[in-house]
Unconditional design. Structure first.
Length: 212
């Protein structure tokens, strides 16, 4: 109880120690408080410790509560619940990773949804997931685009036809991101910056410049 109360301290270091203590004890009665704190915690390191504390509990306890948090009006609550589900890795949560979350207007939520989706998706759902993710190509700044590209890399070579199709999109930004991501899927060791610059060159020169 003392540690749970300390999660509300004005000191980030106190909250960090409290989250560590709560996770070490792994009392199922603390799960609700941990999830509630995730929704409002401003410090990245404390949020990371809160996620660790939640992973110390049985998925049978945490997953249903984390799924409930996905419906929150708070973007941070949705983002942190998705992040924690990706760390728990229980595929029973997969049906809760909806198209609405994968296309959430909040970039942090969308990025967390992409990361969770590629961890939780069953093998039979990879192509369908890739088709939804393809609707987000060209979205946001470098961090968001890199996050989406990494999701495609995790899905693997079987999604290349989806990226190939997206590479013909009328929007240059979508085409560039699709071509860069295709290169990364084919060669994950390629740097994202290099892949983007090469994609810009290919898009500028037209379809004949694309490598087979």
């Amino acid at each position: 109880m003392r540690a749970l109360k300390a999660l509300e301290s004005g000191s980030a270091s106190v909250r960090l120690r409290a989250a560590l203590e709560v996770g070490t004890a792994a009392d199922p009665g603390s799960v609700d408080a941990l999830i509630e704190r995730c929704a409002v915690e401003p410090d990245f390191h404390v949020r990371d410790m809160l996620t660790w504390a939640l992973t110390r509990h049985s998925p049978s306890v945490t997953v249903p509560k984390l799924v409930d948090a996905l419906g929150s009006e708070r973007p941070q609550a949705r983002s942190q619940a998705l992040h924690t589900l990706s760390k728990v890795g229980d595929r029973q949560a997969w049906p809760a990773i909806t198209r609405a979350l994968l296309t959430d207007t909040d970039d942090a939520v969308a990025r967390s949804a992409w990361r969770a989706a590629v961890v939780l998706v069953p093998d039979a759902g990879r192509i369908d997931l890739a088709e939804v993710l393809a609707t987000q190509l060209g979205r946001g700044g470098r961090e968001t685009q890199l996050s989406l590209s990494r999701a495609f890399v995790t899905l693997g070579a079987q999604v290349l036809p989806v990226l190939r199709a997206a590479g013909t999109d009328p929007a240059p930004g979508v085409r560039e991101h699709a071509v860069a991501t295709e290169r990364l899927v084919r060669d994950p060791d390629t740097g994202f910056g290099y892949a983007v610059e090469e994609a810009k060159r290919i898009v500028a020169l037209g379809p004949t410049a694309r490598e087979e």
